[in-house]
Write a protein that binds this ligand. Structure first.
Ligand code: PSU
Ligand code: MN
Length: 329
């Protein structure tokens, strides 16, 4: 009741509603290293945490998260890993908080729709691309690095299982750096949906091949490509200057030496998809199930490739963030 009264009082003060609410309740916690970097117009790279809570087994999740942060730092940017801890949306995690997330027993997978609930119950969870975009944008971080984004699932035209990442990309103006879309998804329909959502998609590299996470080629093409961090940064500043409110998606192909195992992984993906269907696994449980299964079937090769491409994305994303901060000052 008290909450309701307060919320309606806030709604009456239209416009300031959102910012007043979040300031008052301090729902967002920006780490001092991140707020300092932002205040000094230094490059910051946002990172997601579903990859930590649901994407990789312990302890690989923790070591990868730390390695990724170290890569961002080595490239001259400040890492801001986003996660929900006891009902607060943290933008930038301490080493202890990373440990806590990586080892939490039953963490939630938090996308846009889950945020109100996890906050109301003071729960802990990893943020997906959609929730991380919300947090990064709230803090004023224009570049966000992830492994792969969600997409339209196979048969999504019937099940309507379309990741909230795609609609978030249509409504939140930041740049997302990823290795494309996993082949467990319907990549053609995902690209169509991104076009409908007004997302500017570009491959990072010499050609238009749209990458499929474990493999540098999905058989589909991006509408655009950029050759280097400066070109990517110019694309981002153009999007931001236009005030479009939609995202730029930069698709970074997995480095060739790691794409070699792609074929074997693709076969495992197909087998895992069949098993998921047979076991009746649906909704938000599909991706974690497939990832774990594929890792088993490839005897850890998919995990190694996954780690390698995330490292690469962090390197590329940090260079883009550095180029962007130069262009913006
Ligand atoms: N793809 C991966 N690893 C992941 C994810 C996607 O290769 O960990 C996570 C990301 O956090 C992404 C989320 O935002 O899964 C999408 O989930 P869903 O399909 O339920 O929207
Ligand atoms: Mn889904």
């Amino acid at each position: 009741m008290r909450m309701l009264k307060r919320a309606s009082a806030l709604i009456l003060r239209k416009g300031t509603y959102q910012s007043t609410w979040s300031k008052k309740d301090n729902l967002f916690r920006v780490h001092p290293s991140v707020s300092q970097a932002l205040a000094e117009n230094k490059p910051v790279v946002a990172l997601e945490s579903t990859i930590i809570t649901h994407g990789m087994p312990y302890p690989h999740n923790l070591s990868t998260a730390k390695e990724v942060e170290a890569i961002v730092q080595a490239e001259g940017a400040t890492p801001a890993t986003v996660g929900v801890i006891e009902g607060k949306v943290h933008i930038g995690l301490s080493s202890e908080e990373l440990d806590q997330l990586a080892q939490s027993k039953r963490p939630l997978k938090v996308s846009r729709r889950d945020l109100p609930y996890v906050i109301s119950k003071a729960l802990t969870g990893g943020t997906t691309v959609s929730a991380t975009m919300i947090a990064a944008h709230h803090a004023g971080i224009p570049v966000f690095v992830t492994g792969g984004i969600g997409g339209v699932h196979r048969d999504g035209e019937k099940s309507l299982d379309v990741s909230a990442d795609l609609t978030e990309l249509g409504r939140t103006p930041i740049a997302v750096v990823s290795a494309g879309v996993k082949s467990i998804l319907d990549i053609g329909r995902t690209l169509e949906f991104l076009e409908t959502q007004g997302v500017c998609v570009a491959t990072y590299g010499p050609n238009l091949n749209f990458p499929a996470f474990f493999s540098s080629q999905s058989g589909f093409t991006s509408p655009y490509q950029v050759d280097n961090p400066e070109e990517a940064a110019t694309l981002i500043t153009s999007a931001l200057s236009l005030g479009l409110q939609s995202a730029v998606l930069l698709a970074v192909p997995i480095p060739e030496e790691h794409a070699a195992t792609g074929r074997q992984i693709e076969d495992a993906v197909r087998a895992a998809l069949t098993e998921a269907r047979a076991k009746g696994i649906t909704g938000k449980d599909v991706t974690p199930f497939i990832l774990q299964k594929v890792n088993e079937l490839t005897e850890g090769k998919s995990l190694q490739a996954n780690i390698a491409l995330i490292h690469n994305n962090a390197r590329v994303g940090s260079r883009i963030a550095c180029a962007l901060s130069k262009q913006m000052t």
